[in-house]
Design a binder for this molecule. Structure first.
Ligand code: GLC
Ligand code: CA
Length: 567
């Protein structure tokens, strides 16, 4: 690990942290396909987003991250791009995009885009030319190797299973794809590829976007030998994918040549990174990225394909580590949900009727009071839940058949066990249409059939119902966001876990100068009496349950009760 600048005081006081708009931002992720359909074709689009910008502004989010909006054959819903400088026709036109930018700016909302440049679509003209012959400038845009005796060039699996290589008879060789065969990996060692990527970035920055979420960015540099992985490495191949020797040099080059010329934020998807290596990306003196999404929270309830229980102690460890920055000026993200994860309330709360709302609010309290820039995923502010699945056909995600094939068909994993886990972990849980109201298809589309099924619980869980009810999950999110703006200690303050060993209560402080807030959350379905000397003298700021008093440091905590206090 590299330490730059002065190390932190043991208390973790972040006094050296410089202010930045993206540290103070509350980001709202939009999965455009499922957000709002404006023209009745069953697919969400840019005009739909434009219509809903005031909704996002009223919530209090000030930055939106748009999952890919570029031309794509949609094998992976836009994470397979065939033209980086064109809008996906299903989503609208460049004019619509410009209107979106103008409307967002008039509402004080910044826009960040998804930069998907570890790979392109196999339909991208670069790949079409690359695959056609051994010669020509595009061959080396991708990673080609000869197959040895009809076998793939090495034993690498793709991130979702199956070989990471696909054979192409035209040139009698195979190309590398760390995701699906429809997503060939770019060869970043080719300087022309880097020039292309930087030109794409400038193109969008010059249209006024405020930064990028960088997809699979840890995987852009490949280990030169492309040697076989060991059996141990095969259990978590992403650590080999992310071990390329030039990763940091390429990010620095990107920063020097592009990012440093704009006032932007960047957040990289840190797949395959150990927590201790994260400051290598985010330490500001290294001039690479501003923030990353660490995967510790994503791994907390899974072992390979299997869903496992997560103990609160694991969450506490994750946030304690994040709250103890290893270097003086690196910054975190906080997220519980995104388009690749099951719904937060179904995973970290309890989506059964008596607990859904209160637990959605409890984990919202966590999301908005931990150290780092919070990312909300569309529908999280309504307490939207996982989908019901009755069979494999209910899944739409390209990952599912690939994983099923690799695990169940080839490795002999028990199909029922696999399906059970998939229901809880599947990415489609997050991708069903946004639930706007109780009209047909949840008000997402006027088409008979939306592109993907609506969760049948929309009659009860929808934005309109939430807006009308001042006690809804939505309003609680809104109040928390407002609180975050009012108390900068929630942004810049140091972090301390006040009761690390309790198995149900998450109790921590944020502190800076003479400002100190306490956050108390019951992360369980049980109610009980809780006592702490820290509660001796406190005044309440917000709670998800009717206010209850504290006597002599003692109080009753209802199931999933959350409170924020001034100490
Ligand atoms: C990232 C995206 C995911 C996508 C994958 C390949 O993990 O978040 O949705 O499938 O990269 O681009
Ligand atoms: Ca549409």
């Amino acid at each position: 690990m590299i330490m730059i600048g002065r190390s932190y005081a043991a208390s973790g006081v972040q006094s050296e942290t410089t202010r930045a708009w993206w540290k103070e931002a509350v980001v709202y992720e939009i999965y455009p396909r499922s957000f709002k359909d404006s023209n009745g074709d069953g697919i969400g689009d840019l005009r739909g987003i434009i219509d809903k910008l005031p909704y996002i502004r009223d919530l209090g989010a000030d930055t939106i991250w748009l999952a890919p909006i570029f031309q794509s054959p949609n094998r992976d819903n836009g994470y397979d791009i065939s033209d980086y400088k064109a809008i996906m026709p299903e989503f609208g036109t460049m004019r619509d995009f410009e209107m979106l930018m103008a409307k967002a700016s008039s509402l004080g909302i910044r826009v960040i885009l998804d930069l998907v440049v570890n790979h392109t679509s196999d339909q991208h003209p670069w790949f079409q030319k690359s695959r056609a012959s051994h010669d020509g400038p595009y061959r080396d845009y991708y990673i080609w190797r000869d197959s040895v005796h009809g076998h793939p060039p090495n034993n690498w699996p793709s991130a979702w299973g199956g070989s990471a290589w696909t054979f192409e008879p035209t040139t009698n060789s195979s190309y590398l794809h760390l995701f699906s065969p429809y997503q060939p990996d770019l060869n970043w060692d080719n300087p022309f590829v880097r020039d292309e990527v930087f030109s794409i970035m400038k193109f969008w920055l010059d249209k006024g976007v405020s930064g990028f979420r960088m997809d699979a960015i840890t995987m852009i540099s490949k280990i030169p030998s492309l040697r076989d992985m060991s059996l141990e490495e095969l259990k978590a191949p992403e650590y080999v994918y992310a071990a390329g020797p030039h990763l940091h040099a390429y990010l620095r080059e990107m920063n020097d040549r592009v990012l440093s010329h704009y006032d932007v934020m960047t957040v990289g998807e840190a797949y395959g990174m150990h927590a201790q290596d994260i400051p290598l990306f985010t330490e500001s003196a290294r001039r690479e990225l501003d923030m990353v999404f660490a995967f510790d929270i994503v791994h907390v309830d899974r072992q390979g394909w299997r869903k496992i229980a997560w103990p609160l102690s694991k969450l506490k460890e994750i946030y304690a580590a994040a709250g103890r920055p290893r270097s003086p000026d690196s910054w975190n993200t906080v997220f519980l949900d995104n388009h690749d994860q099951p719904r937060a309330v179904s995973r970290f709360g309890n989506d059964a009727a008596p607990f859904r709302e209160v637990s959605a609010k409890a984990i919202a309290t966590l999301l908005l009071t931990q150290c780092g820039t919070p990312f909300i995923y569309q529908g999280e502010e309504l307490g939207m839940t996982n989908l019901p699945f009755n069979g494999l056909d209910d899944f739409e995600d390209v990952q599912v058949p690939i994983e099923w094939d690799a695990k169940v068909k080839r490795q002999g994993v028990n199909p029922e066990a696999f399906f059970e886990s998939l229901k809880g972990l599947g990415r489609d849980n997050a991708r069903s249409p946004m639930q706007w109201d109780m009209t047909r298809n949840a008000g997402f589309t006027t088409a008979n059939k939306p592109w993907y099924r609506v969760n049948p619980n929309y009659i009860e869980i929808n934005a309109q119902a939430c807006l009308q009810n001042s006690k809804s999950v939505y309003h609680y999110f809104r109040d928390l966001i407002a609180l975050r703006r009012k108390y900068p200690v929630l942004i810049y303050g140091s972090y301390q876990d006040l009761d690390p060993d309790h198995s149900a209560v998450f109790f921590y402080s944020r502190e800076s100068g003479n400002s100190k807030l306490l956050i108390l959350i019951n992360m369980s379905d049980r109610g009980f009496t809780y006592a702490s000397p820290h509660l001796a003298k406190v005044s309440p700021l917000i709670s998800n349950v009717e206010h209850r008093s504290v006597t002599k440091g003692m109080t009753w905590l209802a199931p999933w009760e959350a409170r924020v206090y001034v100490a």
